[in-house]
Design a protein around this ligand. Structure first.
Ligand SMILES: [Zn+2]
Length: 109
């Protein structure tokens, strides 16, 4: 006996190169094998792909592979992260990534 279930998931990513935030829509197929193990197949555009993870996606804006993912549902609670229609101003925008980045101090006053 196997069971098959499909689920649409929008997975948000953030580029660590240009801070672009975007979402990819995946179709996730859940099924259980005969031993009761749950298996997942990730499909994107109808093709099987690697599960979304840092390094598995390419930034659509700058082509960087240094993209990070957000926790599930993170963007729903932080709609301000979804890029507005106008171009962002990278230097003025505070970093709102949930990922902790090292702080760099160029000079100490
Ligand atoms: Zn980028």
């Amino acid at each position: 006996m196997t069971s098959l279930e499909e689920e649409r998931r929008n997975v948000p990513f953030e580029c660590r190169g240009c801070w672009h935030v975007w979402e990819e829509e995946y179709l996730v197929r859940h099924f259980s094998d005969r031993h009761g193990n749950e298996c997942l197949i990730w499909l994107c555009g109808g093709l099987p792909v690697l599960p979304p993870s840092p390094g598995a996606v390419i930034c659509p804006r700058c082509g960087s592979q240094q993209a990070t993912t957000f926790p599930d549902g993170y963007l729903a609670r932080h709609p301000e992260l979804i890029p507005p229609a106008h171009p962002p101003v990278p230097d003025d925008a505070p970093l709102r990534s949930p990922v902790k980045y090292p702080l760099f101090y160029e000079r100490v006053t």
